[in-house]
Design a binder for this molecule. Sequence first.
Ligand SMILES: Cc1ncc(COP(=O)(O)O)c(C=O)c1O
Length: 435
Amino acid sequence: MSQYNFQVAAREARIRANTPGSLGAYERSQKSLAGGVSTALRRSAKPYPMFYSHGEGAWITDVDGNKFIDYTLAWGPLILGHAPAAVNEALAAQLTKGHTFGAQHALEYEAAELLCEAIPCADKVAFANSGTEIVQVALRLARAVTGRMLYLKFEGHYHGWDDSVLVSYKPGANDCGSMTPIPVGTGQRPWSGAVVARWNDRASVDAAFAAHPREISAIICEPMLCNSGCLPPADGFLAYLREKATAEGALLIFDEVITGFRLALGGGQAYYGVTPDVATFAKACGGGLPVSVLAGRDEYMSWIAEGRMVHAGTLNGNPLGLAATVATLQTLTPAVYEQLDRLGRQLRSGLEEALRAKGISMVTTGEGAVFQVHFQPEIPHEYRDTLATDKALYADFLMAMLDAGVLALPDGRWYLSAAHGAEVVEETLRRVRGL
Ligand SMILES: Cc1ncc(COP(=O)(O)O)c(C=O)c1O
């Protein structure tokens, strides 16, 4: 592994000197807000969590006035970039009419119609507010339909923070390959209902069904494993899952919380040409507002339509969120996807060239507007392969980029938005070459 020296000590000192406002805000925030952040992962930011004042397009500005090219994009939602005009206008138009009704309004069917048109598995949709919630709706639906209490998930896949799914998310090397779910944190109930298989490994799926005959209600997966390395499905793997689920009387659930509206308007299912029974969407579908969607075939969605299964939520389908959803969906034209794909390729190949020129052994994986930079020589195909990445060197790279005014996520994932033009990408590469 390369020992390229990103000069982090000097860079960290400069970052600290340039961000006194963020440090002061972080110290103040910790006195009243648990941990000083609103979701646990943000606490790990180095040298400390930054505070931002505004974002515009591909750029975000911190409270000290430093401007950064943003590839974190709020961990995924900002498919159109920060504060896009289309979403701003839709929100402004709705603001004076009311924020939430707890009752029906036209934006519900307008958003639902657009979603049903775009998503292959969507005869009907249902709304909630977060990815975690909507995954629970999908899994409950699978249990209701099949009368079975277990479900199958894959190692490394993330489906939200509920006890039932926060298992075998990032197992250590010694725990890899265990079919027994491993809880991530304290306080989680020991029984999750999960059976764990390995991504892109048919034998492990066959073994899971063989070990639990007629007990598994659903197979759930990210159609591309975005949360652990942006690992695409192996050739034929999604089609195999489709057949296996049908043969076993289980539902196939695609968790499209990231892939939805990123790989294509119809999500990973449209991109890969395999249609699940139901699918979950969040992040990009609200263009920055909290909206999540369950999409599915009539035979399954009828359980919700007829009230045979409870789906509830005070703020579900609120007009502000759905105004943003309609505006986002209408802006995501085929030309936007062509651009995202082109820019994704430009950025990935530019990063490969720039980093390899420094002697760093690295590869990238992913598709279009979401990809992963791995500091390792071999292309990973399943979760355990990603453990080879040089995390310490990547952390140094992130610190160097922060100093150079480029933000990316700590786990190696990069998101692109429709606001990242070719010039922004070229400027990014210029900065990376100069590190
Ligand atoms: C694939 C996937 N499913 C579910 C979730 C949970 O979504 P949320 O954070 O909105 O609860 C996430 C969040 O990152 C996700 O990536």
